[in-house]
Ligand binder design. Structure first.
Ligand SMILES: O=C(O)CCC(=O)C(=O)O
Ligand SMILES: [Fe+2]
Length: 509
């Protein structure tokens, strides 16, 4: 099981509480047992001390001799061995193992490390700052030398030598020159040299290996590596003594997509940068709307235009805290806890795509959902009966959703076939949390970023009236840096909207 959703990671705290209780009862039972053992030990001590004052005299008495023998045979078997063997851990172990089902696994640890590295990349976080608990200005817990080194090793196991080097450097800087931690120092240099070598920085790998050998001249592998690096450099016609010892300026190696303009723009927008001027920004307006709908006439909703073409709006204060609470509770047991596998590679999907988990809520399950659907219908003027059920997503550690369209492209004819309601005509995306840092919804082609605000919802059309996709609606959910992100998605489909689209929210196009 992979804990990608924070709602589920929360279960760890309950498991932790249960384990604490189990350990405490084990300890109190053990304490009683150890008290008994201590009494026996004291008795032996006193007895032997007395006897040893004059052993011959003591043993001259046959009863004493008999009792002494009995002490370590019959008495031992009946009174001491049971106490010694009665280690009650097995009884408790079951409880601990039961609680452990709700604890994260090593897979989760790897996933969390990968998520941290992604956050570091996307938000340009300085390693040292992260290590000291500064996440882009939001303070969190700081990491120890060993924490940093463990992060490095986890990256190493993933074949990510770029982050390995970064985090070993940090661990080394924090370690300083402690003679007492020389073994750690040597191990770190070993990792560091190898990760520079893997990234193609032979000279620096050689320098670090020499440094390692001054600390530990008996390190056989380092000795062999040194020769290997030197041979390689000589073969390349390089001077093996020319490294200045400076840390090379390492470039992050990323796949082609990550180098693309779209991905770069997505990440820049996530960081809050301006990538292009919002078109016709001065024409954007805020207004109250009621659509002549009975639900809204007495309490019109606030609509804020965020973009004109395509038309993207935010609607404010349309879902209350108690409604949000209801939805979270309804969705939590349904959040999919299974490991998500990439259908093509069979790999765990924690690293690349959406690491949030989501759940569909059955319509009419609950009065809150019904009320919400009615309100969404009143606001959008679209038919909710042919729309998809509300989909609730809880973004976990670094949870994100890379750039995508909500509608199916021409070549994806079958995408929504089973629904029988046509393509996704519009998206209604409600934010159910404020996110402390990160987690924006961004539109790379428009330079637009929407920051989650609890109780607000975004709305846009994905299709033109003729059914063609509006490609500029391509959007993404930025990784959550600090905080928790919950959203509710309502996707409207073409069927059922034939008479409606012209009524209300639609732009004057
Ligand atoms: O969570 C967000 O900000 C966007 C989510 C999204 O685009 C989707 O679920 O299709
Ligand atoms: Fe989307």
């Amino acid at each position: 099981e992979v804990f990608t959703s924070l709602a589920h990671l929360e279960a760890t705290f309950y498991a932790e509480r249960d384990i604490a209780a189990t350990l405490k009862s084990f300890i109190s039972q053990e304490r009683a047992r150890l008290d008994q053992l201590e009494k026996i030990a004291i008795d032996y001590e006193k007895h032997s001390a007395a006897a040893l004052q004059n052993p011959n005299f003591y043993l001259a008495n046959p009863v004493n001799a008999f009792l002494l023998i009995k002490r370590f045979t019959l008495d031992w078997d009946q009174n001491v061995a049971p106490i010694l063997n009665n280690n009650t851990w097995n009884d408790f172990n079951q409880d601990v193992q039961f609680a452990r089902q709700d604890l994260p696994s090593f897979e989760d640890l790897t996933g969390a490390a990968i998520a941290l590295m992604r956050l570091q990349d996307t938000y340009h976080l300085d390693t040292s700052k992260v290590a000291h608990g500064n996440l882009g200005g939001v303070m969190s817990t700081s990491l120890s030398v060993d924490d940093c080194f463990d992060l490095a090793k986890l990256s190493y196991d993933e074949g990510d030598f770029y982050h390995t080097a970064m985090w070993v450097e940090e661990a080394l800087a924090m370690l300083g020159n402690h003679e007492s931690r020389k073994d750690k120092h040597v191990e770190m240099l070993d990792y560091l040299a190898f990760s520079y070598y893997k990234q193609g920085y032979l000279k620096h790998a050689l320098t670090l290996t020499k440094e390692l050998l001054t600390l530990d001249p008996t390190h056989t592998r380092a000795f062999n590596n040194k020769r290997y690096f030197e041979d390689m450099l000589i073969k390349q016609g390089e001077d093996i003594n020319s490294d200045d010892g400076q840390r090379p300026a390492v470039k992050r190696v990323v796949d082609e997509y990550r180098q693309s303009k779209e991905f770069q723009t997505y990440e820049a927008l996530c960081r809050g940068e301006t990538t292009q001027k919002i078109k016709d920004e001065h024409k954007l307006k805020c207004r109250y709307i009621h659509n002549n709908h009975p639900l809204l006439i007495l309490s019109p909703v606030k609509l804020e235009e965020m973009h004109l073409d395509p038309w993207i709006v935010l609607i404010h204060d349309i879902i209350s805290d108690s409604e949000i609470n209801d939805i979270k509770i309804l969705a939590t047991p349904k959040l999919n806890r299974a490991t998500v596998q990439n259908s093509q590679t069979g790999q765990l999907e924690t690293a690349t795509y959406r690491i949030s988990k989501s759940a569909w809520l059955k319509e009419g399950d609950h009065p809150t959902i019904m009320k919400l659907n009615q309100r969404i219908e009143a606001i959008t003027g679209l038919d909710v009966s042919t729309a998809e059920e509300l989909q609730i997503a809880n973004y976990g550690l670094g949870g994100h959703y890379e750039p995508h369209f909500d509608f199916a492209r021409k070549e994806e004819k079958d995408a929504f076939k089973s629904l029988g309601t046509g393509n996704r005509i519009a998206t209604y995306l409600a934010y159910m949390t404020d996110v402390e840092a990160g987690g924006a919804t961004v539109f790379p082609y428009l330079g637009l970023k929407l920051f989650p605000k609890k109780g607000s919802a975004a709305f846009w059309y994905n299709l033109y009236r003729n059914g063609d996709g509006i490609y500029n609606t391509r959007h993404a959910a930025c990784p959550v840096l600090v905080g928790v992100k919950w959203v509710a998605n309502k996707w409207f489909h073409e069927r059922g909207q034939e008479w409606r689209r012209s009524c209300s929210l639609s732009p004057d196009e």
